[in-house]
Ligand binder design. Structure first.
Ligand code: COA
Length: 199
């Protein structure tokens, strides 16, 4: 699973760093990680500290080779976000997306979920999957927005006997994903890099 790990780790690290920069979160992180920075720091000191921040991405296989956790970290320390991908047991055409999580409140609602959801779908297609499946509680508003945005269809709904919560089951034909924010939202420089890597 995730055949081209280096391609995706580079793409995720670069696009997350670019998004954080746009939302001024990188500046905030630079202050957190560098005691020497203060309000009097020069612009170039600030920029150098932001450049030095390393956004890394790691794929860890769990259970077997057909399931991975993708974890995105700052300076290999603080986890920013994560998601899991797993091939549906018994059908090599279906991939399950789960546990897409943006870890700290500061980083919520800044577009990270949208970016990573789109990349997760790109990874599935790149790995040759045809159909994606996921479940979530129907009351999870940000998650429901993401599913709508990417064209997922609700294929079922049930009350989970274990939790009493109403769960939606969603499916997505991967050949019909129209919106790919990686292409639309990133700078021309990054889009060019991505296109080169995809060739
Ligand atoms: C679901 C989750 C990953 C979304 O991450 P995010 O980075 O906040 O997502 P985005 O910033 O890209 O926002 C996605 C959409 O949700 C909306 N949104 C974000 N927070 C919201 C909130 N608290 N209430 C309502 N809508 C919200 C955004 O406006 C956006 O919609 P838009 O594009 O129409 O404007 C995040 O909320 C999370 O980690 N939740 C906890 C884990 C979880 O429930 N995961 C679900 C899958 S298992």
């Amino acid at each position: 699973m995730v055949r081209n790990k280096s391609k995706w780790t580079n793409l995720i690290s670069e696009s997350v760093k670019e998004l954080l920069g746009k939302k001024s979160l990188l500046k905030k992180m630079a202050f957190e990680y560098n005691d020497y920075l203060d309000e009097d720091s020069t612009k170039s000191e600030m920029e150098a500290a932001m450049d030095d921040l390393e956004i890394s991405c790691e794929f860890d296989t769990y259970l077997d080779d057909n399931s991975v956790t993708c974890s995105i970290k700052v300076n290999e320390d603080e986890e920013l976000a994560r998601f899991d991908l797993a091939e549906l047991f018994g059908c090599c055409g279906v991939c399950v997306l789960s546990d897409l999580t943006v870890e700290t409140d500061d980083h919520l609602n800044k577009g990270l979920g949208t970016l990573l959801h789109g990349i997760a779908l790109d990874i599935m297609r790149d790995d040759g999957y045809s159909y994606a499946v996921c479940t979530d509680v129907m009351t999870n508003r940000p998650s429901m927005k993401l599913l709508r945005k990417y064209g997922w269809k609700k294929t079922g709904e049930f009350i989970n006997n274990r939790t009493g919560r109403t769960i939606g089951v969603f499916g997505l034909d991967l050949s019909k994903v129209v919106r790919i924010p990686v292409k639309k939202k990133l700078s021309k420089k990054v889009v060019k890099k991505v296109a080169q890597k995809r060739r």
